[in-house]
Design a protein around this ligand. Sequence first.
Ligand code: G1P
Length: 300
Amino acid sequence: MTQSRTRISKAVIPAAGLGTRFLPATKATPKEMLPVVDKPAIQYVVEEAVTAGLSDVLMITGRNKRPLEDHFDRNYELEETLTRKGDDTRLARVQESSDLATMHYVRQGDPRGLGHAVLCAAPHVGDQPFAVLLGDDLIDARDPLLSRMVEVQEQHGGSVIALMEVDPAQIHLYGCAAVKPTEDETVVQVTGLVEKPDHADAPSNYAVIGRYVLDPAVFDVLRKTKPGRGGEIQLTDALQALASDPDLGGPVHGVIFKGRRYDTGDRGDYLRAIVRLACEREDLGPDFRDWLRSYVTEEM
Ligand code: G1P
């Protein structure tokens, strides 16, 4: 069993997906760059990693993902123009994303599934536990999840996944975990995992959501993992191997998340995320809430 001795510092963000659910918006723009209010969705995810203490961020990208690199880099022309105008507020907003984290990029080449994307991180990650954050899942900053997962990993070793109870009719959209309770009611031991099971075959209604803290043993397992659901190399299948044999890389635990999560890969949830976050913003919220109230009363 590998026990972490050093503090987890690396985050991996797979961002090679094509975003077909948002076509035509994603024809020439990466889906990760779609704005949630006035910030690209991916920036919230990088901010979450940094808040949890992971300031070394590796993005797994692909063709047409250059705007991601540009977003987290300096933009001297824009910065110079804003400096000349004395627009410090906007200047700070431009610089925020380039000052956020130490960014690294690797291209996935062939999109062979989430497991394959994570495997592309192996040379960068090395032999330490690391986090994986899926860009489609936006976790509300007021409901910290990743920092709790890092704590649980430090306590138990092995790997930690995030689980959320869902309506059983929705479980076919997620990885699903078989679990055993632990002394802590917010943490379970994961005894098995299955990727997107039919409702009838699901071992529980605990859905895997897109945050993971993984033991590096996962890389060896991924190298041996055969294509699974959808013909893709599934991270869930590698985690199933880890959960069924703790000698491979320690146990797999699940942190039960009860906070606010938005699936920005789904158009309806994406709109809900924007409305909720806009309502809660100090600058936009008061006017927007007034408008929304009268819109709902008059139009619905
Ligand atoms: C991926 C994982 C799945 C997980 C989901 C969470 O699926 O394969 O196990 O439940 O993310 O968002 P995707 O939604 O990328 O198809």
